[in-house]
Ligand binder design. Structure first.
Ligand SMILES: O=C(O)CCC(=O)C(=O)O
Ligand SMILES: [Fe+2]
Length: 160
């Protein structure tokens, strides 16, 4: 499920993009880190299918995601405060979470040291976390802290 190089927040990452002939602006996982969807193994495809099946039971207008961002964490790792607002990333983002429990903290953009945590969400094995709306990424940062081995498969739609 995972390949790739170190990236901005110090984790290995790869980005799975489909269809293979699309010319997408892919953010962190782009370029040599990106596996064309047609060449991708079953894992990311299953993750996308699972997320879509689950969300379509309860939500309208779920996008047909065209990127799957996979992250594997070792027990001593975390993901630092960031927002998913790279060029082209659309506001509806859904992550399938596997493995150990984790917490996701949200705070306002600005000086992280002086910004209190506004919301902490506990994420458990099998949960799907949805962030819906550009405002979440424009105004807030999120980070992930965990307690053991963990994977996140984040489905996003990248506009051309
Ligand atoms: O690990 C997670 O649950 C979320 C990862 C994340 O925020 C990201 O890949 O942008
Ligand atoms: Fe994120």
């Amino acid at each position: 499920m995972l390949a790739g190089e170190l990236y901005e927040v110090g984790l290995a990452v790869c980005s799975h993009v489909w269809p293979s002939n699309s010319k997408l602006t892919v953010c962190r996982g782009g370029g040599s880190n990106t596996t064309e969807w047609n060449h991708e193994s079953q894992g990311p495809k299953m993750a996308k299918r699972f997320i879509l099946q689950a969300l379509k039971q309860i939500l309208f207008n779920v996008p047909d995601f065209n990127e799957l961002l996979s992250v594997a964490y070792l027990p001593n790792q975390s993901m630092a405060f960031h927002s998913d607002d790279e060029q082209g990333v659309q506001g509806f983002i859904a992550g399938l979470l596997l493995g150990s429990d984790a917490t996701m903290d949200f705070c306002c953009k600005g000086d992280v040291k002086n910004c209190p945590t506004l919301l902490t969400v506990t994420l458990s094995h099998g949960d799907i976390l949805v962030m819906d709306g550009d405002t979440i990424q424009q105004k807030f940062l999120h980070r992930v802290e965990l307690f053991g081995y963990r994977f996140a498969a984040t489905a996003r739609f990248i506009a051309k």
